[in-house]
Design a protein around this ligand. Structure first.
Ligand code: 6GU
Length: 244
């Protein structure tokens, strides 16, 4: 079965958007995944098509009604059952590559994009929505976050990445350089604006190249991401500074 994404949003015309281009777009045209979007407003039941209301207890902003959101989720489930429903929100669990792998292993996703202050807590609980964030900053809505999550999923689908084993060997891959950031890359010309390529990369010594790349990956990870570095030295059973 085709991996199927359904996006629930007040702005259905935003999809597939950038996902219709490049690698994801090619995979979409090739039928390796499918996307549909549901206009949450079309599930409102009153004359004014109301989807939100003021929060009980007072305060700023508006809250999306549980009945309207529930009806939208029901419609998406009818179009493809057994898919986990994800609510994109900055208060969610931070997205990581392990979650992405988990989502890709299933039949697809239902993605609820919130607006306003959020959605009524009762529909989150009743539908068992998995709350996911893409990082510690605030977007005006969940739509760009849904695109980020889908891009991360689609590139892991069978056949999407093509010949390049690049899907598995880069940063955050389970194998290879476990949990390390990527080493720097160079191509021709060998000298550019007075800057030379590190000589070891031109040496033809594959073992030395591998050692240099490992050391660079460790140095950059230690410098930029002490959190990842700590995990790396735990799992690798080492307690040392990055190599050379
Ligand atoms: Cl998932 N939604 C919004 N609105 N802002 C975010 C986010 C999600 N993740 C980080 N910031």
């Amino acid at each position: 079965m085709t991996w199927h994404a359904s996006v629930l949003t007040l702005f259905p015309e935003m999809f597939p958007g950038p996902l219709g281009q490049s690698l994801a777009g090619k995979a979409l045209r090739d039928g390796r995944w499918a996307i549909d979007s549901f206009d949450i407003r079309s599930f409102a039941t009153d004359r004014h098509r109301t989807v939100d209301d003021t929060p009980f207890g007072g305060g700023a902003g508006m809250v999306m009604r549980p009945d309207v959101v529930d009806a939208a989720i029901a419609a998406a489930l009818a179009a493809g059952p057994d898919r986990p429903a994800v609510y994109l929100t900055p208060r969610g669990r931070p997205l990581d590559q392990a979650m992405v792998r988990d989502f890709v292993a299933g039949p697809g996703l239902i993605l609820l994009c919130g607006r306003y202050e959020g959605v009524d807590q009762r529909v989150i609980e009743a539908r068992g929505l998995r709350e996911v964030s893409i990082g510690d900053y605030v977007l005006s809505g969940g739509e760009p976050a849904a695109m980020v999550l889908l891009d991360a999923c689609v590139r892991l689908l069978p056949g999407v990445m093509g010949a390049a084993a690049s899907g598995e060997e880069e940063s955050f891959s389970p194998k290879g350089r476990e949990c390390l950031l990527e080493y720097p890359h160079y191509t021709r010309p060998a000298e550019w604006q007075g800057r030379a390529v590190p000589p070891v990369l031109l040496s033809g010594h594959h073992a030395e190249v591998a050692r240099w790349r490992q050391a660079e990956a460790e140095r950059i990870t230690c410098e930029r991401r002490p959190d990842l570095w700590a995990r790396h030295i735990e799992t690798a059973g080492r307690d040392r500074a990055p190599a050379a």
